[in-house]
Design a protein around this ligand. Structure first.
Ligand code: HEC
Length: 195
């Protein structure tokens, strides 16, 4: 009787251990037959880099201030932390959220509300001749075509992002990592008039 009990206990414990083992998850960008990027649905489970509120760097700023929450796949983040380089198939998502001030018990400051859209950036030198490609999704968009190079995404990131094409100057946990590996371009951090 006691033996049966121990065997059952052992089974239960190992089943529990298996269930608790971290699932091997390394989401990669997915494309449809036309080469359009599929919306990355699980990005809210990725690594969170930082949030901005009403950040603006465009010559004709819009009046609508939003929150921007930046995510990158956890596996790519870990590679960056160990090497200072973004691996192929790294994908960044900016989740753009509307902002509200008065609501519930809140009187001042701002909190996040509805999703307005996603801005996505993928590093893939085999698929894109310029290595980095840019996409925009509506709040409920399912696929997006790569932006033509001339529309400004690529060139602003090329000119002003401190690490490769990424704005690590705005990601407080990655800035010291990039400096440690000597991949942080101080010149690009400097304030300039953005064209
Ligand atoms: C005038 C400069 C400029 C242009 C044009 C621009 N960006 Fe960015 N982008 C930034 C800055 C600055 C950040 C830093 C984070 C933030 O603003 O929230 C950023 C961050 C990002 C990120 C997060 C990862 C990273 O690189 O740091 C994505 C994704 C992104 N932009 C996509 C786009 C897309 C898609 C377009 C074109 C539709 C675009 N960007 C156009 C300046 C620009």
């Amino acid at each position: 009787m006691k033996r049966v009990f121990s065997a059952v206990l052992l089974l239960a414990v190992s089943a529990g251990l298996l269930a608790a083992a971290p699932e091997e998850k390394s989401p990669k960008p997915q494309f449809d037959a036309k080469g359009q990027l599929l919306r990355p649905n699980d990005y809210r489970e990725w690594m969170f880099l930082s949030a901005g509120y009403g950040m603006n760097y465009s010559p004709s700023p819009g009046s609508h201030e939003m929150f921007t929450n930046v995510f990158v796949q956890t596996w790519a983040y870990q590679k960056f932390v160990n090497s200072g380089k973004w691996p192929e198939q790294t994908t960044f998502v900016i989740d753009e959220r509307d902002a509200q001030s008065k609501g519930s018990i809140n009187k001042t400051g701002h909190f996040q509300t509805d999703l307005m859209g996603l801005a996505v950036e993928v590093k893939d030198s085999t698929r894109f001749p310029e290595t980095w490609a840019y996409f925009g999704f509506d709040a409920d968009g399912k696929t997006a075509e790569a932006m033509p190079k001339g529309n400004g995404c690529w060139s602003c990131h090329e000119a002003h992002a401190a690490v490769e094409h990424t704005f690590v100057q705005f990601y407080p946990t990655l800035k010291p990592v990039a400096k440690k590996f000597g991949v942080y371009d101080e010149k690009r951090e400097q304030v300039t008039d953005v064209k």
